[in-house]
Design a protein around this ligand. Structure first.
Ligand code: ITT
Length: 196
């Protein structure tokens, strides 16, 4: 079984990505490799942050690894919160405060179109590769559901009548931004000699 180091401190993400990868890969976390501190993400784009997180981890561990960065891009807010999704309302990862601020900023808005966009940066054998995943949908007016994390209780993907927070991990992974990006990563890895 192949091991893959994933530069995240978010347990929900880890579970989602492990579910997409299945039994063929075991994910390692930064902590598994002795990195306890928060990994910096100070770049102005999702691409920059994914790359920064992966490079930070490789420098500290010497291992190949990948990182993802995700943003919620809301049409009526000109793409906000976007790269600032984690710290939209406060300095910390306060999901409830972020959701409240999003609802406040969308009060009275007719256009509630939004999308999640994930960028994965993979560092492998001295090269960097990028994979993107997008899911389109809309922001509803009240938090609904308790699964998932972040903005999941406010986001209904196109073609569904339930939020991501009302879905199992498997249901979310059928359409989600992150799962789409991870499946591209897996296809890439399968195509490489010597890797499953
Ligand atoms: P790591 O950097 O440790 O991986 P993070 O929580 O900071 O974890 P991101 O920077 O990728 O993750 O995501 C920024 C924010 O976007 C995150 O804090 C959530 O509020 C939101 N977010 C990301 N993925 C999401 C998802 O699948 N569903 C709902 N919200 C999500």
């Amino acid at each position: 079984m192949a091991e893959l180091l994933f530069a995240t401190n978010n347990a929900h993400k880890l579970a989602e990505v492990q579910a997409v990868l299945g039994d063929g890969y075991t994910l390692l976390t930064p902590r598994d490799c002795g990195v306890e501190e928060e990994i910096p993400e100070t770049q102005p784009t999702l691409e920059g942050n994914a790359s920064q997180k992966a490079h930070y981890l490789r420098e500290r561990t010497g291992r190949d690894c990948f990182a993802d960065d995700t943003g919620l891009e809301v049409e009526a807010l000109n793409g906000a919160p976007g790269v600032h999704s984690a710290r939209y309302a406060t300095d910390g990862h306060d999901f409830a405060a972020n959701n409240r601020l999003l609802l406040k900023n969308l009060e009275g808005a007719e256009n509630r179109r939004a999308r999640f966009r994930t960028v994965i940066a993979l560092l492998l054998d001295g090269e960097e590769y990028r994979f993107e995943g997008i899911v389109e949908g809309r922001i509803i007016e009240h938090e609904t559901g308790h699964e998932g994390f972040g903005y999941d209780p406010l986001f209904i993907p196109d073609g569904y009548d339930r939020t991501f927070a009302q879905m199992t991990t498997e249901e979310k992974n059928a359409v989600s931004h992150r799962a789409r990006a991870v499946r591209k990563l897996v296809e890439f890895l399968h195509g490489r000699k010597g890797l499953k």
